[in-house]
Design a protein around this ligand. Structure first.
Ligand SMILES: Cc1cc2nc3c(=O)[nH]c(=O)nc-3n(C[C@H](O)[C@H](O)[C@H](O)COP(=O)(O)OP(=O)(O)OC[C@H]3O[C@@H](n4cnc5c(N)ncnc54)[C@H](O)[C@@H]3O)c2cc1C
Ligand code: FES
Ligand code: FES
Length: 1255
């Protein structure tokens, strides 16, 4: 693929690997091709991980390095994303830059929709997207008004009640102008290149690229099983992830017949090779050109195309490929089929037309096409009079996510009446292929489109489209209810049409259930504390300084671990993991692996020269499994080879003999039953609590999904047992100690170096160290440098996630909502090893009071030992789980009393005066109350609450909800010895300063802040100060960069060191008070029973709109008020706050880890595991780290509020269960519409569900 070619062959490492499957956009490049028919150059963004190099003959590829760099000239896109603080860890930044750059090549003045569409295929785990969009927005001519007070005269820039902005986070005045004449030109030699038949022969396969249709048909006749690779978005992932192998591949991308478009009055015939982007543009043009009533099918296709994949996928994926791939949840096939579209097919037997209907789709990925047939084009007819078509899809994320259920529905009414003449309904996602609701349609045809007919149609549909309770993909009840509710949506819209056609059916003002909020995030405003007026202009502390590496990150020059050039003789390591959840290892046969060309060795536990296990909180964990495996994904051994592919091939043939052990444990319920715990259990209590359990809430885990997967290079120096370890981790000292113990050498022989980390979020502490130990053993044994970079799927399988938790609470309260006693019980699913679980369950208990003064409070927590991959630290370290249970309890109390949850939170139960927490920590809640009041005021809570009530009364199928959530968060580690830091500051004779400290830079801007601190203390410009890396040789015994304490601890260390040096310079300064820094320099040759240093406080109000028919929701507005003390750098802190909020939004509403009944993780990449994308930013996001992650739960509780409004319509009041995440599935089922009520529940125990219900 182009990605490995760029990175490994050409050493262009700006293009990043994030997933390898087209799902994250980190590898985005721009491809340019000459179009002979129009004599123009086509530029499009594409994922390098799916682009076969053989297919790029005649194309020019532009990578991030090609558009600008710090040595010559930075491109305006690179500059603006960096200056707008859109680059934190920076791993996603080159991909973002290239998506935006490509857009500007095609449209130098894009609008907001263009920008969000262009960025829709790029994921970022750090920023929350807002600053990236802000940077890109500077190219748009659209108004930058925050519209906080509406977009009319009352805009934020004037009017009394308008919020006053703080100083801008970045200066838009001196930005580099976009000058298209400076762009790279298309190489002229590629315009005149001859089109020849091509053949590339590799070791294991042959790639053939014909030019004419005759050649193509000839090839297909000779090799009917050979796939036609067009966009490679289906074949590529199949080869990579499913191990498909094709000895011959045919690539017909140069066969002109496949790209022809013919427009006729009857419809349009589109070449099968046209990309989905080309099809979209073509249909958009047709919708403008021809009368609206003829474009029903075109508009339905556009509806689907707008949300299908990301732009990079649409730019290469072809219409023919989509049809022939026959995905069960293809978005286009139900529309093609319902719309009576026709395929034109050719083979050596001649040409024929095939109607795209139920007979065409014959099974999973199968069609009725013969193996030697080639699809030439697809004919899409114009719609006729009285004919209407709609398409709907419901997906786990609004954009760039395969649909759960997708549908195309077409009806034709007899002229002048509401009698149905034709009806065609096709669904995707409810069977192995696109399916037709033939019987339902037959039952409706000939009848009037009215309540009675539709009501019978739902019953028929329920019978016709039934799914086994074990259906692959799960979500059976949800899928079945969607088939009904999507038909109901179609019904609502057809009633409108009929009413418009004046057939006296339907009602004026009938709700269509169309979304109220669409389009992209636009509005944002912030306040932050400005620096004091008399602060010197040279003093950077408190100012929104750009991340010090942002520009190099945006140009692709920033070096991440896997960007380090290959060392002489370097080997690659691939891990072999268990396929059994719980089994004895009988033997490990490595003989076949050692025969694989390039394989050098296989490392097992026996090769470890020192300690074979790590001990966490007193519990041992094998580095490599010795006698037993305890989860699927347990590391057993590792293969080292000359290349990564060879190591992978070797790993695939290692044979491990197992003897399964009985009764693996997966869920916390099973763990409780079998008393499978990591001990001790924890308990904390104040007052007297005696209540019985009432409510429970389940909170799923969360994958870290740092964009840079676990990466390391271990280099033996060759003498005195020294090793240099370059790795992407949060705790280099821990890695150093672990490696030394594993190898049985002193720590002084191991130096760990961390330049930067492409995201970590807690996932790069313990797990990274264990993998680093294994890699070091390999380097030790072979005496060669060894590199280990996990693929996304391996990373997700092996390294664990946030602990899923089952929380139970019982509560005693007064009539006014005052909680007098509460008992909370937390069961955390730890997985197969203890890791940091005992600390996590401790922190859960320390935060269970959140912001509330409950006089009698008891908390108990236990770490359940299960046969799932071991879970680990994740941003918040148990707090997001802890507080969700508490807040849910408050919500339940409010619902039981039928009163407003915000009253029960703020007025009634919140800490009001200097108080002691349940662990006797005294604090003053003044700032907590201030945040709460300001948040309610700034979010205009009272007025909006009223208008939400009105909205909900007027709308049956859409409901709005709002929730305000407070937070009180303890800062620092509860183990006092971890709250320390050191710093080493070198002042060189030329005046330049090198600062080393113990924090690792992983996007949180710690190096930038340390530079600001040093600049203030040394009284010199920040430009004289450099921070090169975190290095255990420079600063020993560092603490992890975690617990939101890195800046505090390291900042003080840097401050101390700089102060000392500055004082030492005092005599020299006095001697020459007029001198400069360079001249002066040239002349010289805690825990006391208090778990936290302090609390940080905040509050957040979110409003959502929920589509009760599908469970889909949109965050309409979010207001965050956060007290973070005196900010060293507001832009960095705001970035952290927004990023953490969006990560919390993912945790509580979207991200779901799914395991098979035998404990195999299904969700191993961005295709199956959805993190928030640019489409998920709240439409209005207002506000002023780690603590904020929990505030994402305001969206969860706002959804719950909206669901409660929907349940009222069904006559249901009072508390109800909504587990986290509140996915569309859970939300829709909780709404309890007439459609969900129709779905019969499958009898528990009568079937094996597709996925486990974790925790
Ligand atoms: C990240 C990602 C997200 C996606 N999201 C969505 C989504 O939301 N909705 C959706 O519907 N799809 C989605 N897809 C699927 C995508 O639309 C299809 O993979 C794509 O359309 C296939 O086209 P291609 O040109 O890439 O096919 P290829 O992978 O090149 O080929 C696919 C198959 O089609 C056959 N084929 C191709 N052209 C012809 C022809 N002319 N005649 C005969 N056989 C042919 C090939 O032999 C091969 O078997 C997604 C894919 C990815 C990777
Ligand atoms: S690495 Fe290519 S899309 Fe993720
Ligand atoms: S800055 Fe986007 S992933 Fe880190």
């Amino acid at each position: 693929m182009l990605l490995s070619y760029l990175r490994e062959r050409l050493r262009l490492t700006g293009t990043k690997y994030g997933c390898g499957g087209g799902g994250c956009g980190a590898c985005t490049v721009m491809v340019s091709r000459y179009q002979p028919s129009t004599k123009t150059i086509l530029h499009y963004s594409a994922n390098a991980c799916l682009l076969p190099v053989c297919q790029l003959q005649g194309a020019a590829v532009t990578t991030v390095e090609g558009i600008g760099n710090t040595k010559t000239r930075v491109h305006p896109v690179q500059e603006r994303i960096a200056k707008a603080h859109g680059s934190q860890c920076g791993f996603c930044t080159p991909g973002m830059v290239m998506s935006m750059y490509t857009l500007l090549r095609n449209k130098p003045q894009p609008n907001m929709e263009d920008i969000t569409e262009a960025l829709g295929g790029n994921l970022c785990r750090c920023t929350g997207y807002r600053p990236i969009v802000d940077g890109c927005k500077t190219f748009s001519q659209e108004s930058n008004c925050c519209q906080a007070n509406g977009n009319g005269a009352g805009c934020c820039l004037n009017g009394d009640s308008s919020p006053q902005r703080s100083e801008n986070l970045f200066d838009q005045e001196d930005l580099l102008p976009l000058d298209p004449t400076q762009d790279l030109i298309f190489p002229p030699e590629l315009i005149v290149r001859q089109q020849d038949y091509q053949l590339f022969r590799g070791d294991r396969m042959v790639w053939v690229s014909p030019v004419s249709l005759e050649e193509l048909i000839q090839l297909k006749t000779s090799h009917p099983q050979a796939p036609l690779v067009m966009g490679n978005t289906n074949i590529g992932p199949d080869i990579k992830f499913k191990g498909a192998w094709h000895p011959i591949i045919i690539s017909p991308t140069r066969v002109q017949e496949l790209f022809k478009v013919t427009k006729t009055p009857q419809g349009v015939c589109i070449g099968a090779g046209c990309s989905l982007s080309v099809v979209k543009a073509l249909l958009e043009g047709l919708v403008q050109e021809i009368p609206e009533e003829k474009t029903e099918i075109y508009r339905s296709l556009l509806q689907q195309l707008g949300n299908l994949g990301g732009q990079q996928i649409r730019n290469v994926a072809t219409i023919g490929g989509n049809i022939v791939s026959a995905y069960p949840n293809s978005d286009l096939n139900p529309v093609f089929a319902a719309g009576n579209c026709i395929l034109n097919v050719a083979s050596k037997r001649g040409r024929q037309e095939i109607l795209l209907n139920k007979d065409f789709f014959v099974g999973f990925g199968k069609t009725s096409l013969k193996p030697d047939e080639v699809v030439l084009s697809v004919f899409i007819p114009v719609s006729r009079q009285g004919e209407f078509m709609r398409a709907f899809r419901q997906a786990p994320r609004k954009e760039n996510a395969l649909a759960t259920v997708t549908t195309g529905m077409r009806v034709m009414f007899t002229e002048g009446s509401s009698v149905v003449k034709e009806l065609s309904i096709y669904y995707g996602g409810v069977g192995p292929c696109t399916v037709s609701a033939t019987k339902t349609c037959a039952a409706v045809i000939g009848r009037k489109w009215d309540e009675q007919t539709l009501s019978e149609a739902y019953t028929q549909l329920l019978d016709e489209i039934s799914l086994s309770p074990s259906h692959p993909g799960g979500q059976v009840e949800f899928r079945r209810s969607l088939t009904l509710s999507l038909l109901f949506k179609f019904n609502l819209q057809m009633l409108h049409k009929l009413w418009e056609m004046d057939n006296k059916v339907g009602l004026i003002g009938l709700e269509t259930n169309m979304v109220t909020f669409s389009g992209c995030h636009k509005n944002v405003w912030f306040f932050f504390q400005a620096v004091v007026k008399d602060q010197s202009g040279d003093d950077p502390v408190g100012r929104p300084i750009m991340h010090r590496s942002a520009i190099s990150q945006a140009t692709g020059e920033a070096v991440y671990c896997d960007d380090i050039p290959k060392m002489e003789g370097e080997l690659h390591l691939v891990l072999v993991t268990s396929t059994r959840p719980h089994a004895k290892i009988l033997d490990i046969d490595i003989s076949e692996a050692l025969q694989v060309p390039g394989v050098v060795d296989v490392i097992t536990s026996k090769d470890i020269p020192g300690k074979k296990f790590r001990t966490f909180t007193g519990i041992d964990e094998d580095i490599l499994a010795q006698n037993e495996v305890s989860c699927v994904g347990h590391m057993v051994c590792a293969v080292v080879a000359d290349t990564r592919n060879q190591a992978k091939r070797g790993a695939a043939v290692v044979k491990i003999g197992y003897e399964d052990l009985p009764g693996p444990v997966f869920t916390v319920e099973e763990a409780i039953e079998k008393q499978s715990f990591f001990l001790p259990k924890r308990m904390i209590e104040q007052g007297t609590v005696c209540l019985s359990f009432v409510w429970a809430i389940r909170l799923g885990g969360q994958e870290h999904f740092y964009m840079e997967t676990q990466s390391m290079v271990v280099v033996p120096s060759g003498e005195e047992r020294e090793l240099k370890v370059y790795l992407s981790c949060q705790h280099p000292t821990y890695a150093q100690e672990s490696i030394a113990e594993t190898l049985g050498i002193p720590s002084n022989r191991v130096s760990c170096h961390v330049k930067r980390v492409g995201g970590a979020f807690g996932g790069k502490v313990t797990k990274t160290s264990i993998i680093a130990c294994i890699t070091s053993v390999a380097a030790w044994k072979t005496g060669r440098a060894v590199r280990c970079v996990l693929e996304r799927g391996e990373d997700m399988l092996i390294t664990g996630a946030r602990h899923p938790v089952l929380g139970k609470h019982k509560v005693g309260f007064m009539n006014n909502g005052r909680i007098m006693a509460a008992d909370l019980h937390y069961y955390a699913n730890s997985g197969n090893t203890a890791d940091e679980s005992l600390l996590v369950i401790e922190k859960i208990l320390l935060h269970l009071d959140n912001a509330y003064n409950v006089p009698n409070l008891r908390g108990r927590s236990v770490a359940c030992k299960t046969n799932l991959p071991s879970n680990t630290a994740f941003r918040g370290f148990g707090v997001p789980q802890s507080m969700l249970v508490t807040e849910n309890m408050i919500n339940d109390v409010a619902m039981m009393l039928g009163c407003n949850a915000e009253e029960v939170r703020g007025k009634i139960n919140m800490y009001k005066e200097v108080s002691l927490t349940h662990y006797k920590f005294e604090f003053d809640p003044k700032n907590l109350l201030r945040c709460w009041d300001e948040c309610k005021e700034k979010s205009d809570y009272d007025r909006r609450r009223k208008s939400i009530g009105q909205f909900n009364q007027q709308n049956r199928w859409k409901k709005r909800g709002m929730a305000t959530i407070p937070i009180k968060y303890g800062i620092a580690f509860s183990d006092g010895f971890l709250n320390q830091a050191a710093s080493l500051v070198h002042i060189y004779k030329d005046g330049s300063v090198l600062v080393s400290h113990g924090g690792t830079e992983m996007g949180q801007g710690i190096h930038t802040k340390m530079q600001q601190v040093a600049s203030r203390e040394l009284h010199i410009p920040a430009s004289l100060i450099h921070i090169t890396e975190t290095n255990t040789s420079a600063v020993p015994n560092t603490c992890p960069s975690a617990a939101s304490f890195g800046t505090d601890a390291n900042g003080m260390a840097v401050k101390d060191a700089c102060e000392t040096l500055y004082q030492r310079l005092e005599p020299v300064r006095k001697q020459n008070p007029e001198g400069t820094w360079q001249i002066w320099v040239f002349h010289i040759d805690k825990q006391e029973g208090q778990p936290y240093a302090y609390y940080t406080y905040g509050a957040c109000c979110s409003e959502v709109e929920v589509d009760c028919l599908t469970g889909d929701y949109r965050t309409v507005r979010t207001d965050i008020v956060m007290d973070i003390g005196r900010s060293i750098n507001p832009s960095v802190d705001i970035g952290q706050i927004e990023g953490a909020f969006i990560q919390g939004l993912g945790l509580y509403t979207m991200e779901e880890l799914k395991f098979s009944p035998s404990g195999v993780l299904y969700t191993r990449g961005p295709s199956q595991y959805k993190i928030p994308a640019v489409c998920d930013i709240p439409l209005q996001f207002n506000g002023i780290g780690e603590p904020v992650l929990f505030l994402g739960s305001s969206v969860f509780f706002a959804i719950k509020d909206a669901v409660a409004a929907s349940r009222v319509e069904a006559g249901m009041v009072g508390p109800f269960t909504l587990d986290s995440p509140a996915t569309p599935e859970r939300t829709c089922l909780a709404c309890n519409t007439p459609f969900t009520q129709k779905i019969p529940a499958s009898k528990q125990g009568s079937f094996q569900p597709w996925a486990l219900n974790i925790p």
